[in-house]
Write a protein that binds this ligand. Structure first.
Ligand SMILES: Cc1cc2nc3c(=O)[nH]c(=O)nc-3n(C[C@H](O)[C@H](O)[C@H](O)COP(=O)(O)OP(=O)(O)OC[C@H]3O[C@@H](n4cnc5c(N)ncnc54)[C@H](O)[C@@H]3O)c2cc1C
Length: 467
């Protein structure tokens, strides 16, 4: 069984590993156009900020297994023949075209940053217009920031990458303007009330954030000299495009695979509409774990897990991926910003009779130094109290609490279950009455949900005896 994987990112790597561990008789060939082995994109903002000393620290090697797992770096897949089941790749070192036959094919070639169609943006790439998605473009961005004579940068897009890059450049001492066409940061992830907390943190950090304002043009002839944001000309010599990512679906289209919203549609086995062709990671359009609504998730956590499913199935197995929740954690200055599931806006758009309830609580008892406030928000279905989403922001402890809620959503839990959850308590890290439990109680009161009715009285039943 020959499995060809296009792309050696998180999804491609885990697809390959899982295929081999499921079926020792298969041979996995990975085609990767980069000239270096694996790296962690999630670490790029840390290297830009200087928290990680060198970009090389983000790289790591994937060992080959002779005859079983073969990598071809500097090989770009350029064509697929569905009938003959052959991928053609160009060896970027020599220009030679090579054919790779497959029984199963896994598309794992991710996405690339969007270049907004505004004057100057494309023309000035590498001459002041930068991206943060690969080691190479992030190194170029850092070099430009360090060499900047104006000491002024404009970052376009206040999603997770834009926020992290804006803060990293600020840490490097640049004046940073962050422009976001939506009214607040992380618009797909946070409800406005939570977005305001992030906006306040940006202000505290000295990042000038312009919300509800898009870029009109990048200006300059030989190099970037300024950027125009909603009519305002901002003097700068560094512009970072962080306005979203786009998949290259040409190979999928050539195969005749269904494509929707610019992504490759997959089923719960990560199989595309073409039998034997799988897609995983950033380029796959999956579905919500809550209700199977079409949804994608461009995060490493989904990529590796989807890769595992695609790999096993490509190797002859039959396993499934449970769908995405978009559980995410972003660091913005001192704050951890975490979220999972639907925002209120998304839940309402999908037709839920949803309500959001928020509270702010201390993370530790009053007698322990270092307690911080955690802002929590839960989105629930009004009648049942079923949890549909949650958001948390705090200097510490936001991510762990959102992870609990992610599991609760996966299990179809309600506010009753959250109230009943037995969570560990130790004064140095939490409250006896954890902020999550308090959130559940506040939400139940607000929704006028009565205490859970007793399902029938019983006492302890010794093991072995019938309950
Ligand atoms: C700056 C940044 C920070 C991030 N932070 C986080 C985080 O904190 N947490 C989190 O969960 N996620 C984070 N992510 C997202 C995460 O990195 C991605 O979701 C994940 O890498 C997607 O994996 P993938 O395998 O789908 O694609 P990729 O990792 O993009 O891998 C695709 C690979 O395919 C190769 N390729 C493309 N076309 C071809 C072709 N035709 N032939 C051969 N090879 C090809 C590419 O070179 C690439 O190596 C971050 C991303 C970035 C950019």
């Amino acid at each position: 069984m020959e499995i060809v994987i296009i792309g050696l990112g998180a999804s491609g790597l885990f697809a390959g590993k899982s295929a081999l561990s499921f079926n020792r008789n298969c041979k996995v060939t990975i085609l990767e156009k980069r000239d270096h082995d694996q790296f962690s994109p999630c670490g790029l903002p840390f290297a830009i900020a200087g928290e990680v000393e060198s970009f090389d620290e983000l790289k790591y090697a994937v060992p080959e297994i002779p005859g079983k797992l073969v990598k071809h770096l500097r090989h770009e897949a350029v064509a697929v023949d569905r009938e003959r089941k052959i991928v053609t790749a160009v060896d970027l070192a020599t220009g030679e075209r090579k054919e790779f036959p497959y029984d199963s094919l896994i598309l794992a070639h991710g996405t690339a940053p969007i270049v907004l169609p505004v004057p100057g943006a494309r023309e000035l790439i590498g001459k002041g217009v930068h991206f943060c998605s690969t080691i190479e473009n992030s190194e170029a961005l850092l070099a430009a920031a360090l060499a900047s004579t104006k000491r002024r940068a404009v970052v376009i897009g206040a999603g997770a990458i834009g926020l992290e890059v804006a803060v990293a450049l600020r840490e490097r001492g640049l004046d940073v303007t962050l422009a976001e066409i939506q009214q607040l940061p992380l618009p797909r992830t946070l409800d406005p009330e939570m977005g305001k907390i992030v906006a306040a943190e940006l202000e505290r950090l000295g990042v000038r954030a312009l919300f509800g304002k898009g870029i009109d043009s990048v200006n300059g002839t030989v190099r970037v000299e300024s950027a125009t944001i909603a009519g305002e000309v901002i003097d700068c010599d560094v512009v970072v495009m962080a306005a979203g990512m786009k998949a290259d679906t040409r190979l999928a289209a050539a195969l005749g695979a269904e494509i929707e919203s610019g992504l490759v549609v997959v089923d719960n086995r990560m199989e595309s509409s073409v039998p034997g062709v799988y897609a995983c990671g950033d380029l796959a359009r999956s579905y919500s774990r809550i209700d199977r609504a079409p949804m994608s998730m461009q995060l490493a956590t989904a990529a590796f897990r989807q890769g595992m499913t695609a790999g096993v199935n490509a190797a002859g197995g039959d396993t499934e991926y449970p769908g995405v929740l978009n559980t995410l954690l972003v660091g913005v200055g001192e704050l951890d910003v975490a979220a999972t599931g639907y925002t209120l806006e998304t839940a309402l758009r999908l037709g839920y009779n949803a309500k959001a309830i928020a509270t702010k609580r201390e993370t530790k008892p009053h007698y322990i130094p270092g307690a911080v406030e955690v802002s929590l928000r839960v989105v629930v279905e009004e009648e049942s109290g079923r949890i549909l989403g949650a958001q948390a922001i705090a200097e510490e402890g936001a991510g762990a609490r959102i992870n609990v809620i992610a599991l609760a959503i996966q299990a179809g839990m309600t506010l009753y279950d959250l109230l009943d959850a037995e969570l560990a308590y130790f004064p140095r890290v939490s409250q006896m009455y954890d902020p999550l439990t308090q959130l559940a109680e506040v939400a139940m009161k607000r929704l006028r949900l009565p205490p859970r009715p007793c399902a029938g009285a019983f006492a302890a039943v010794p093991r072995g005896r019938k309950a």
